[in-house]
Every structure is written in C-alpha cells, then in structure tokens.
Ligand binder design. Structure first.
Ligand code: PXL
Length: 292
C-alpha cells in the first residue's frame, strides 16, 4: 500500500520551498503527499516583494472534510507556520489525525543563519515549542534549535572547538528530547574538520546516541534546502528507511543541487536546481531499473 502523508505547509510560486519541495520529494520517494495549503504566495517571503493569500480559515474545512472521508495518514508533516491562528489549527488537525500508527514530523521553520523570520512573535515561538514537543521527530537548523531551547546562537557559534560545539548541541538536543521528540536532526552546523576543511554538519540526536553526518560547506544559504531535507526524512520514515541512511541520502542530494546552483549562479532566493537530482531519492528497486 502506498504510504500517505498530510503535508501542512504553504505553496510559494517561487523559491522552490515548502509544498513545491515536499510534493516533488515525497512523490519520487514513492509516498503520497496530501497537501493542506496554509497560504498561497506568489513567491517566498524573503523576496523583496510578494503577494500572500492567507488560507488559515480554509484549514478547518480540510480537517472536517478529511475526517468525513475517514482519511488515515501514516505521517503528518508540518513546515512554515505564519501565525498563532494557524498553529492552533495545526493542533486541532493533530488531535483529529495523529493516531498511534501515525508519525508527526515538525520542521520548526523560524529562521536561518542567526536571523529569525519577521513574523515570529514570542507567543508564536512558544506555540512552536509546544508543537515541537509533541512531535516524534523534528528537523531544526542551528538557529531554530537555539530558538526552541532558549540558547544564545551568537554564543554557540563563537565556539571554535568542533568537539565542544557538537557536545553543546547534543546536550541541548538531549534535554529537548526528555519530554519531547524521539529524534532530533539538527541541520546546518557550520564547522571545520581536523584537516581545516569547512563542513556543514547534520547531528542526529536521540536518547540512546548522537551521530554527526557532514558535507562540504558551500558558503551560501539557498531557499528551500531545509524543506527538501525534512521532506526526504518524512518520506523515508514512511517507507521504512533508517534515519542515518536518510540523512546521508538527503545530504548527497542537497550537495549536488547546491554545487549545481552555485555553478550556474542561481540567486539564493530562487532555491536550488534540485529537480535534476530527484532520481537519487527513488526507492532502491527503481534506481536499479527493471530487469527484462
Ligand atoms: O523555506 C522556508 C519558507 C517556507 N515558506 C515561506 C517562506 C520560507 C522562508 O522564508 O518565506 C513562505
């Protein structure tokens, strides 16, 4: 049976992020994406100008109609949240559809590179902390982990010693796991390896262990990379892959997309040239092709 994930996110015409990223990644990974759009935008909000059509008051129709249809989801995956009303609606959706055999992946999209997105009020942050606590798995970047845990991003990023930095991040993650998610993947940890090469690290933390997966640092922050990463994890969990295998696969996919985008001089707000690398995410049997 094809697995099904309810994806609660916005639809942005430009920026290769949110639902655009999720639908393409879930589909190529063999998982059905059921989109619940929270807003429709001409382009993601980091562009100098965009038009946003808010869908918050349509979200209750989705919940009621899908409940009437008797829908069941293998996973619920949430991303960018624009307001407190929206997050309240997400809590209602979870109350209705988060069953014992459903996983909840929360990508707490709130900022990047030490910068918090403009709409993030203190009370929206508080609600996002509660949502992240309810999740089975969360995928914050380092900025978002700091926001969730109250840690000072500037202080954390001044730590030069890589082992000390990773240890600090691990402790923050483990503390958050105590009454929260089973797994945390902290993305976008910039560091230097023992040979002095700049790396981007993804740290997987759960109650038992923590493991670091690193990739060469590209030096730019492209729109949608966090959404592509979280989408790979969500679809992979639904199809039964292990989290370490998924982090490696998503990292390789993003590395190729980033290298290509830098080479072509794609503006960061436009997102990466990931489309041509989607085949890397196919289920194994599809990658091998069909024997005749
Ligand atoms: O990729 C995160 C994201 C998603 N959706 C919208 C955004 C952003 C980041 O800025 O603006 C609308």
């Amino acid at each position: 049976m094809t697995k099904k994930i309810a994806v609660i996110n916005d639809l942005s015409g430009f920026g290769r992020c949110s639902l655009t990223a999720a639908i393409s990644v879930l589909s190529v990974m063999g998982v059905q994406a059921c989109p619940l759009p929270t807003a429709i935008l001409t382009a993601q909000t980091e562009y100098p100008s965009y038009y946003l059509d808010d869908y918050t008051d349509k979200m209750e129709h989705y919940r009621l109609e899908w409940e009437k249809m008797g829908q069941h989801f293998d996973g619920i995956y949430t991303g960018y949240v624009a307001s407190e009303t929206q997050i309240r609606q997400i809590f209602r959706f979870i109350d209705t559809f988060n069953k014992p055999d459903t996983f909840l992946l929360v990508d707490p999209v709130m900022g990047d590179n030490g910068h918090t997105y403009d709409m993030y009020t203190p009370s929206l942050l508080e609600q996002m902390q509660l949502l992240a606590k309810q999740a089975d798995i969360i995928t914050p970047n380092l900025t978002e982990l700091c926001l969730l845990t109250g840690e000072d991003y500037q202080h954390l990023t001044t730590i030069q010693d890589t082992r000390k930095l990773m240890n600090m991040v691990r402790i923050l993650g483990e503390d958050f796991c105590i009454d929260g998610p089973r797994d945390i993947i902290v993305t976008g940890i910039h560091f230097q390896d023992d040979d002095g090469n700049e790396q981007m690290g993804n740290l997987h933390i759960n109650k038992e262990s923590s493991s670091l997966f690193s990739f060469p640092y590209i030096g730019r922050h492209y729109s949608g990379t966090g959404d592509l990463f979280a989408s790979c994890i969500a679809a992979g969990i639904a199809r039964g892959d292990s989290i370490p295998a998924l982090i490696k696969m998503a990292g390789e996919f993003l590395e190729l997309a980033l290298i290509d985008s830098v080479k072509e001089g794609v503006p960061c707000n436009d997102g990466t040239n990931y489309e041509q690398y989607l085949s890397l995410l196919l289920p194994d049997t599809d990658k091998r092709g069909t024997n005749i």
